[in-house]
Design a protein around this ligand. Sequence first.
Ligand code: NDP
Ligand code: MG
Length: 390
Amino acid sequence: MTTLPKRRVVLLGATGSIGESTLRVIAAQHDRLELVGIAAHGNHRRLAEIARQFGLRHVALYDSAAYTAASTGGDFPAGTTFYGGPAGLSELAVLPAADTVLIAVVGTAGLQPALAAIAAKKTIALASKEILVLAGKFILAAARASGSRLLPVDSEHNAVFQCLEGHPDKDVRRLVLTASGGAFRDWPVEKLASVTPADALKHPNWAMGPKITVDSATLANKGLELIEAQCLFGLRAEQCEAVLHAQSTVHCLVEFTDGSLLAQLCPPSMTFPIQHALLYPDRAATGTDAALALDKPFALDFRPVDESRYPCYRLARMAMAAGGVAPAIFNAANEVAVAAFLQNRVPFLAIPRIIDQTLAAVKNFEPGALDQVLATDAAARLAASRLLPT
Ligand code: NDP
Ligand code: MG
């Protein structure tokens, strides 16, 4: 029997929800996967535990105080190399000891590390959808130029990737991503004006970080995912849609020109897409969560998205159809608005209002260079921040 070489993985965002699921997958598949480097924003205590558990020696911290505490504190294994600040994340992403970089940093801080890893020809397992929404065109061009492989970790996109394998693009009519509907899917619309961050953080099906859980409650997450899908799979805006599916068991439907639909099913746990992306093109028995149980009755239901209940979803689709930097403006405004909502500075329904007004305030154009996108991102964040109460 031949032994497959191990994939050596750098994990950016190791202390988050995707990070923790990735650690479970790597521990369960230790004969196929090896963790060689980890990064987080500031949680150096958890990074030290992970470094000791996995016996690794390369650690990056974005926050400078946390970097200093970690590199002088003595909690890490002897001989650990520390990388600090934004540049430190990119240094870790090109570590010669690694062949795969899993990017699970919330928001857009993963963009430069992703581009560095792509230039270094690493395989990218991508969870951070915001960076594709911000700069997908430039990320894909960089990957084409270097030959670096981009594997989607976001469950719906991982599902589409699996359904599309072996099918030429010309045969695809549309992609339909499923959405659980988030915390308020069954709440009366009138009550949405007074919901609290604690209410929004109670997701019915998935355990995730706070930002994406609020994005699920507004359905901005599904809007971001449609833009992510359009970019990853090279489709037109009108070919990407979503449908509400309360059970989160079917993750996508791919419709072909002949009317056939292929679906991917698995329980709502990120360990499935993470394992798929890290082992691709191989597969292995799951060592974490059990596969779907088929020995008891279960129902799958689907219903169209009611855009009047989910204005963020409508705005995301408008931004996707407009193209140019509109998706980047949408993303920046959403990040500012969600952070303000989580800090109790604005009500839940201010999130779509802030996005709408920011899209109206910042000019859309077709960017020719990444710098233009980054400048627009900064302008949109500023415009959105000005809409917040002082
Ligand atoms: P969490 O909030 O749970 O975790 C965020 C992680 O990012 C933490 O490890 C955090 O470190 C780290 N981080 C934040 N800012 C920086 C920075 N500037 N530099 C380095 N690390 C940073 O988020 P999730 O795991 O839920 O989501 C991560 C990404 O994956 C998001 O883009 C999300 O959209 C995407 N995703 C998540 C899914 C999920 O099920 N959770 C599903 C599909 C996609 P620290 O702990 O130190 O703050
Ligand atoms: Mg998803």
